[in-house]
Design a binder for this molecule. Structure first.
Ligand SMILES: NC(=O)c1ccc[n+]([C@@H]2O[C@H](COP(=O)([O-])OP(=O)(O)OC[C@H]3O[C@@H](n4cnc5c(N)ncnc54)[C@H](O)[C@@H]3O)[C@@H](O)[C@H]2O)c1
Ligand SMILES: *[C@@H]1O[C@H](CO)[C@@H](O)[C@H](O)[C@H]1NC(C)=O
Ligand SMILES: [Zn+2]
Ligand SMILES: [Zn+2]
Length: 370
């Protein structure tokens, strides 16, 4: 392992405050850990959820979880990557040994930091120190920084020819949406789908539904500026709930003669989760929650909707087991099986991170370049 180094990182000290660019010590990787030089990182709404407090994490913290970079050094016992390899950090690790990794049914490795509110490496410590204070990790990744340290189970080696400022989106937004359609819902040819929320993740759900052969893809958003891109990527209908004086699930049920085969909530609101569930066809409709549920909010719903045969599911990182799937998704991108450009509206130098978050809040999606 190499010596510890002083690096600039963007630290978030408390909720609803801007990031501050600080000199932070990034400790060398310990056993089975990897230090990565981040080259590009996207901004996902999940990062913003931490800023607003909708997703509760410990502070101070280095956010960011959708990135691509190059391995700088490795700790003892690391065999799957070496210095110089291009990699994507994984916010859902794949240890390959736990009950969930061994099961073919899900992708949530027990070593994930998601939902634990610990903000630490698997060994319970942190590799970041700023002004004498320990700084937390975010989802085992922390990519708003020039250098980060991740566990070996939380990094995937990718094609050395991959353009990092594009394939960083495979680290979260693209894969999450695409997999929600293909892996979690398993959309079939000829299906009718409804996608609530047309950010980077919702647009990727649309791409997944289209690849699966859906006959009708209804895009739903309160921002009609999102409709042109949704159509370009495969939406057949676009509707704005503000244009109707009845609940949107009723509009969808009428439009589709009884409800959709598959619906996706890709916003992160409990009211739209319930609407997406309610617009599914009785007897067989399936609704998938992709948006991160806001903290301290519960859902009340009529269980008759479930009793009469609808299913309600959730999907984290599109159901993909990252160490296996991410290299293949990058290969598919290189073979032009899907596009990533339409998901990126701006590319900014990483020191403009606060401007980037302002853009996110006006409906743009950007990649920070280091
Ligand atoms: N499950 C996962 O693994 C995972 C991964 C990444 C992101 N997410 C979550 O997915 C959600 C979407 O992420 P994103 O980056 O695409 O977000 P985004 O903010 O870019 O997009 C959300 C879209 O929803 C629309 N919207 C807001 N309120 C609405 C309403 N009431 N009705 C209809 N549309 C509405 C917005 O106009 C926007 O276009 C977020 O909650 C994010 O945290 C989950
Ligand atoms: C949500 O429900 C759980 C389980 O009943 C309860 O413990 C919790 O306090 C509820 N939260 C809110 C915000 O009502
Ligand atoms: Zn994300
Ligand atoms: Zn595991």
């Amino acid at each position: 392992a190499t010596m510890g180094t002083e690096r600039s990182l963007s630290v978030l000290w408390e909720v609803n405050k801007p990031f501050s660019i600080e000199e932070v010590e990034v400790a060398p990787p310990k056993e089975h850990e990897v230090r990565i030089k981040i080259m590009a990182t996207g901004i996902c709404r999940s990062d913003d959820h931490v800023i607003t407090g909708a997703l509760v994490e410990p502070f101070p913290i280095i956010l960011g979880h959708e990135a691509a970079g190059v391995v700088e050094s490795v700790g003892q016992g690391v065999t799957s990557v070496k210095p110089g390899d291009k990699v994507v950090p994984l916010f859902v690790p794949q240890c390959g040994e736990c009950k969930n990794c061994l099961s073919s049914k899900g992708n949530l490795c027990i070593n994930t930091d998601l939902g634990t509110r610990r903000g630490l490496m698997p060994d319970g410590t942190t590799r970041f120190t700023c002004k004498g204070k320990a700084v937390h990790h975010f989802l085992g990744t922390s990519t708003f920084t020039e250098y980060t340290v991740v566990h070996e189970s939380a990094v995937a080696k990718i094609d050395s020819a991959a353009p990092l400022e594009k394939v960083c989106l495979i680290g979260c937004g693209f894969s999450t949406g695409y997999g929600a359609a293909l892996q979690t819902a398993k959309v079939e040819p000829g299906s009718t789908c409804a996608v609530f929320g047309l950010g980077g993740v919702g647009l990727s759900v649309i791409m997944g539904c289209k690849v699966a052969g859906a006959a009708r893809i209804i895009a739903v958003d309160i921002n009609s500026n999102k409709f042109a891109k949704a159509k370009e990527l495969g939406a057949t209908d676009c509707i704005n709930p503000k244009d109707f004086d009845k609940p949107i699930h009723e509009v969808l049920t009428e439009m589709t003669g009884g409800g959709v085969d598959y619906s996706f909530e890709v916003i992160g609101r409990t009211d739209t989760m319930t609407a997406a569930f309610a617009c599914c066809h009785y007897n067989y409709g399936v609704s998938v929650i992709v948006g991160v549920p806001p903290a301290a909010q519960n859902i009340t719903f009529d269980p008759m909707l479930l009793f009469t045969g609808r299913s309600w599911k959730g999907s984290v990182f599109g159901g993909w087991k990252g160490k296996d799937a991410v290299p293949k998704l990058v290969d598919d991108y290189m073979k032009k099986k899907f596009v990533l450009d339409p998901l990126i509206t701006h590319t900014l130098p990483w020191t403009k991170i606060n401007e980037g978050f302002d853009l996110l809040r006006t409906g743009k999606r950007f990649v920070l370049r280091f």
